[in-house]
Write a protein that binds this ligand. Structure first.
Ligand SMILES: [Zn+2]
Length: 280
């Protein structure tokens, strides 16, 4: 039965000959269109192993990347939005909230938590773009404000990971008030001499850019993240001019002095911890 005995050690089938990989095992990079193992992609902090494209990720993934052994305590996990304006667009606002909660498993567009990062306890707020475009409503503002209170009370550094289309139009003025509220809380954090680092991820725009996202002791960003206030179309129509190449990319914003540095997500945790230790 010599035909039955494997002469060479290991499996020799070249990758391109392999078939029938079950669904969900492979990740297709939307930037370079190359394929990699989802596990490999996850271990690489959800960045492409071929072109370093930074996949858009949510609070779950950031918590797992940043907290030691994914160990953390969530704050105000069940806070939900009211409907002060009885707002209706294509859907009534409470129905939109309910549908979004069912779809995403989230309660609103930010999650706040504290836990160890390389042994240093840090309080952080991480936004979720899946929840109505990461829009900032009263729950987002209130949770961030309370997370800052927690940081002050327990003397921890504060990290904000922004990812947002801006203010939540369904809450109109209530949403805009969150800009002032979070900014005032950050002033108290500064008074307590505690460090604040703001990480801007793809995309960070509107009222979020115009408030807490740009108020860090250090404002840093992920590579190629879109960062701006109004969208490029609105600006083009307002000023009546074509916009420069790469306008509103993290690299462009860095060149023009609005950011301190750009950080690869694989180095994020170590860089943040050394920054916090320097500032504490
Ligand atoms: Zn890629």
């Amino acid at each position: 039965m010599s035909w039955f005995v494997r002469k060479d050690k290991g499996i020799q089938t070249p990758t391109e000959m392999k078939r029938e990989a079950p669904d969900g095992l492979w990740y297709l990079c939307p930037n370079c269109k190359k394929v990699m193992n989802t596990r490999e992609h996850k271990l690489n902090a959800y960045t492409c192993v071929h072109c370093n494209y930074h996949e858009k990720i949510g609070s779950d993934a950031y918590f797992s990347i940043l907290f030691d052994e994914n160990e953390f305590t969530e704050l105000d996990a069940n806070m939900q939005s009211a409907d002060p304006l009885k707002f209706v667009d294509t859907k009534a606002y409470p129905d939109r909230l309910k549908a979004t909660m069912a779809k995403t498993g989230l309660k609103d567009a930010v999650r706040t938590a504290y836990g160890p990062m390389n042994g240093l306890t840090v309080t952080m707020a991480v936004m979720d773009f899946n929840f109505i475009g990461g829009s900032m409503g009263s729950v987002v503002g209130e949770k961030i404000a309370r997370a800052i209170d927690h940081a002050i009370e327990h003397k921890t550094p504060f990290l904000m990971v922004s990812k947002s289309g801006g203010a939540r139009m369904m809450e109109a003025g209530f949403s805009l008030m969150q800009m002032a509220k979070t900014s005032a809380k950050l002033a108290l954090l500064e008074k307590a001499k505690l460090p604040y680092v703001s990480l801007l991820t793809d995309p960070t725009t509107g009222g979020v850019t115009a408030s807490y996202a740009m108020l860090g002791d250090f404002n840093i960003a992920e590579p190629e993240a879109l960062i701006g206030f109004a969208g490029p179309r609105v600006i083009r129509e307002t000023i009546g001019k074509d916009l420069p190449k790469g306008f509103q990319s993290a690299e462009f914003v860095l060149d023009h002095g609005f950011l301190d540095f750009i950080v690869d997500r694989k180095d994020l945790k170590d860089k943040l911890v050394s920054l916090f230790k320097m500032l504490l």
